[in-house]
Design a protein around this ligand. Structure first.
Ligand code: UDP
Length: 249
């Protein structure tokens, strides 16, 4: 955020460097149930971001001192692969990945019925295979689908998307150049059935009016992401039912 570039991020017609309008999100592809050994899984692409998520559990919480006698703990590990970006990214955990893991876990705790599984752990692994800004939103969106695929009871699934500002324009779903050289990046996640906000961060500066406008765009777009998540789960259940039907014959 707030690096300098001579690049025109939004032209005089309101078109961005990847050809999108200011209120347009990147194309999204979601597939549930892509990993056999996990309890639930999801592969997601949004623009050039590629994310794989695996969920294990509920299972006995390890290390034991993290157990909660009243509910399951959600342990999230967000990891950006060393090869996911063009510059070299040092492999392993860093402050950024610890922060992102924590805020994704907190967002998921708002919807997962953890009280049903005291002392258990629900382990969520998010691997960023290719990054182009918006990976925390992509990771959380994928994690919700993977949890549902694992059959873990949830009040709702969580879609996430960012709004922000670049070249003085309020934008939906920033790409890497807009994130790096723009004026603000505001990732948001909601519970669609209530419009409750379960993740909201702000890096950079926007006026109150710009923020309100950006949030309106992001919330509307999050509802569209939700439909794509639901479609992925419907396809997954249809394929499971088909396989079960075939094995009964
Ligand atoms: N990025 C990078 N190296 C890093 C961290 C981030 O190249 O060590 C890039 C990557 O494309 C990422 C983007 O910068 O998606 C924006 O990162 P940010 O921390 O804003 O998180 P994100 O938008 O991915 O949730």
């Amino acid at each position: 955020m707030s690096g300098h570039t001579d690049m025109v991020l939004v032209d005089e017609n309101g078109i961005r460097i990847d050809g999108r309008r200011v209120d347009e999100k990147r194309p999204i592809k979601i597939e549930a149930g892509v990993l056999k050994n996990a309890s639930g899984s999801c592969y997601l692409e949004i623009g050039k971001n590629k994310v794989l998520c695996a969920v294990y559990g509920p299972r006995e919480c390890r290390p034991r001192h993290l157990q909660d006698p009243t509910k399951a703990v959600i342990q999230v590990k967000y990891n950006m692969e060393a090869y996911s970006v063009t510059d070299r990214k040092r492999p392993g955990t860093d402050r950024r990945s610890v922060e992102i893991s924590k805020l994704i876990a907190e967002a998921l705790e708002c919807v997962v019925q953890t009280e049903l599984y005291p002392r258990a752990s629900i382990d969520v692994y998010i691997e960023i295979l290719q990054a182009n800004a918006g990976t925390r939103c992509a990771g959380l969106t994928a994690a919700s689908v993977a949890l549902a695929d694992a059959g873990i009871p949830m009040r709702d699934i969580v879609p996430a998307i960012a709004c922000g500002k670049a070249d003085g324009n309020v934008l939906l779903d920033l790409n890497k150049e807009e994130d790096n050289y723009g004026q603000a990046d505001v990732p948001i996640a909601i519970v669609p059935s209530t419009d409750e906000i379960v993740l909201l961060q702000m890096d950079g500066n926007m006026t109150r009016e710009e923020l309100d406008h950006g949030l309106d765009m992001a919330i509307a777009a999050a509802h569209e992401v939700y439909e794509i998540q639901r479609d992925a789960l419907k396809r997954r259940y249809a394929s499971i039912s088909k396989k079960e039907g075939e094995s009964d014959e």
